[in-house]
Design a protein around this ligand. Sequence first.
Ligand code: NDP
Length: 347
Amino acid sequence: MNVPQTAALNRRFVLTQHTQPDAEPTPAVWKLETVPVPEAGPGQVLLRTLWLSLDPYMRVRLNDADTYMPSVKKGEVMVGGTVSRVEASNHPDYQVGDLVHSYAGWQDYMISDGSDIIIKLPAGAPHPSWYLGALGMPGFTAWHALMNIGKPKAGETFVVAAATGAVGQIIGQLAKQAGLRTVGIAGGQKKCDYATGELGFDVCVDHRAKDFPAQLKAACPKGIDIYMENVGGPVFDAVMPLLKEFARVPVCGLISHYSGGGMEGADRLPGFMAQTLFKRLKVEGFIIFDAYPEHHANFQQHARPLVEGGQVKVREHIIDELESAPQGLIDLLKGDNFGKVVVRVGA
Ligand code: NDP
């Protein structure tokens, strides 16, 4: 059923310039424009953005070079995961009022033919924004990295950095539930206190502390069996000597390099390769998109009851208004977020 559309306007952020690989993005990277709301054609739906996810991968897509995903081109709407409400529908699978998780980007409205809709949220989902975090891409990332790559065994030592962030908070709690000794790494005492007090980490170490490597070593007296690599850089330098023989290292992200260069891999390469060989490490890079067809249903079956039942806690860092998205991403990349970053775009 098509519904007459109002004369509302669509605010959207488009890219005006790319960012050098070793530079921080600035607000001048984007321009806010206002255009008419598009109309849903045959077989299409009009989606109204309610929540926009801000994620570290967005930084990589600001470079003027394609990686595992194309860079955002000048004049294009900035990419981003969203929870949206169906405002008008000419598609048999979607009714007006349905909530869906899609990638509508940094804008109020988007037209979809359904092919880019990842899931329809369950009717009455109590926290739609969680489908961008604990029950969405970051939660799935955490679950997949731990269960399918980390392959945890009770009693082992598990370490993750950015421990209170979108991925870290979920993988830390799942690892604890799997019977592991969990060691978090986070920026600052407040985040560390939250990691141990609320998320159940056995220990949390502040990576900004001068004696961070020594503190990490003391926190892992038997070494590290599973290291979830979220950040790279000096944190990995401290982790590498502590990895045990046959340790598993899901390589999830390298946020410390996203605006600092160094991803070409020359400086640490011989030491890293030697460790990989001598300790027979299992190092596995992954991009979560690849895991959707085979594993997403298992994730939902496992994680949804835990998250909705409160056995896995959720901390969100909520930002109001689409206009705040550029600064929100800039802050996230500096570690100024405390929890999964979501922008409340519409109601
Ligand atoms: P978070 O919510 O954890 O936010 C990023 C956090 O990274 C910051 O809060 C900060 O935490 C930490 N950080 C930033 N800069 C540095 C630095 N220089 N050194 C150490 N820590 C730093 O983000 P996500 O949970 O969404 O993402 C975590 C990682 O996982 C990222 O690298 C991301 O790219 C990756 N990822 C990969 C996916 C995949 O498919 N492979 C999917 C999803 C995420 P603190 O203040 O505690 O240091």
